[in-house]
Each structure stands twice: as structure tokens, then as C-alpha cells.
Write a protein that binds this ligand. Structure first.
Ligand code: ZN
Length: 206
């Protein structure tokens, strides 16, 4: 094999937001180096909903967001990278929310996310980096992020009680992530979303 050239560093964004498993399995053939993990049942629907809402709010507040699916090319130099997921577990309801980041990362921002989300999410957190996928997420090496790269597992989608709590709040969770990101990167002045009460989607109530 001829050595491949070093990847180009892509600049010009504050934040990278990737929706876990999004674009698979279609993208798998182009990224044979990634395992074609399709995620827990329902994740490929929920992850983009949350990621798109976070993107929308941040962009509305002047934050430059690159919004990516699960598989992407290149290396991004950003302030912060966030990979959106929900967990799946067997037996069900044996997991909860969690955060992953590279071993050498500063856990400060993971703590700040857990402090914020934990005010509302009633099912708690598993320890940081409690799975190999959190510790060694395949896309960490595609990011150079001053404030770090974090996998946010937002709850266990396979647990009926957590699913029921999360389902009407996906947009709100996206808003909360946008608020946290803006604080971490100190840009955008995104307001704290209203409390954890169910947000009715615009146009869906009459
Ligand atoms: Zn996932």
C-alpha cells in the first residue's frame, strides 16, 4: 500500500455536530474502516431530530455549525465536537444517559453537561466512558477540538420509561444541547430553554 497523504484539515466552523448512525447503511460501503453499526432501534430516527434542532438554534445565534452524518471524510478543526446518540441495552432499562470522550480529554465539559441534563433527565447517568464505543469513538480522530469531542448518549431508547420521557422532548433536548454548547464555546448567547415540560411542535396543536 502506498502511504495515504495526511488528511486535509477543514476549518471555518465553531462546532461539529454528527448524528450517530445517520446515513447508514448506505454510507457503509464508502467507509469500510468503520464498523457499520446501525444503532439501537429508533436511534437513526431520533439522533437527526436532536442534531438538527441543536444546529438550528446554534445557527440562529450566529454559531458556525457543520452538521454531519455518522460517516464523513476529513478532519475538522473546531472548538467543540458533539456526537448525538441514544443507548440501547440488554436487558432493557439497564442503561441510562452517558458521556464519552477521548482518554486524554478534560472531563470538565462532560461534568457541565451532566450537571445540566441531570437537572431534568430523571434516569441518571452511567459512568463516563463506560463502553469501548464511548472511550474510543471512531470519529474522535477526525476532530481537532480545543474544548473537546463528546459522545452524548441521551438516554436508553430501548427502555420504555426512558423512551416515553424522551419521545415528546427531542426538540427540547436539542435546545438544551445548543444552550450547553454556546456556554462551552462562549459564543451565541443561546437562552436556556423553558423547563422540561413537553414542547408541542409548532403546527401540531390546534
Ligand atoms: Zn448510537
Amino acid at each position: 500500500m502506498t502511504p495515504s497523504p495526511p488528511p486535509a484539515i477543514i476549518r471555518g466552523y465553531d462546532v461539529l455536530i454528527s448524528a450517530g448512525h445517520e446515513g447508514r447503511p448506505a454510507s457503509c460501503a464508502r467507509f469500510p474502516q468503520h464498523s457499520c453499526n446501525l444503532g439501537a432501534r429508533g436511534e437513526r430516527t431520533w439522533n437527526p431530530i436532536v442534531a438538527n434542532e441543536t444546529m438550528r438554534v446554534l445557527r440562529a445565534h450566529g454559531v458556525r455549525v457543520v452538521r454531519l452524518p455518522a460517516d464523513f471524510s476529513g478532519v475538522y478543526a473546531v472548538k467543540l465536537a458533539v456526537f448525538i446518540h441514544f443507548d440501547g441495552a440488554v436487558p432493557r432499562c439497564s442503561s441510562a444517559a452517558s458521556v464519552g470522550y477521548p482518554a486524554n480529554a478534560d472531563p470538565r465539559f462532560a461534568r457541565s453537561w451532566k450537571g445540566l441534563y441531570g437537572r431534568y433527565f430523571p434516569f441518571g447517568f452511567r459512568p463516563d466512558n463506560f463502553t469501548v464505543n464511548l472511550r474510543r469513538y471512531y470519529a474522535y480522530k477526525q476532530v481537532r477540538a480545543n474544548a473537546g469531542a463528546y459522545v452524548l448518549e441521551l438516554g436508553e431508547i430501548t427502555c420504555p420509561a426512558q423512551h416515553a420521557w424522551l419521545a415528546p422532548r427531542l426538540g427540547w433536548v436539542g435546545d438544551l444541547i445548543a444552550y450547553w454548547i454556546a456556554r462551552v464555546i462562549d459564543k451565541g448567547r443561546v437562552p436556556l430553554p423553558a423547563n422540561a415540560s413537553v414542547r408541542v411542535r409548532r403546527g401540531s396543536s390546534r
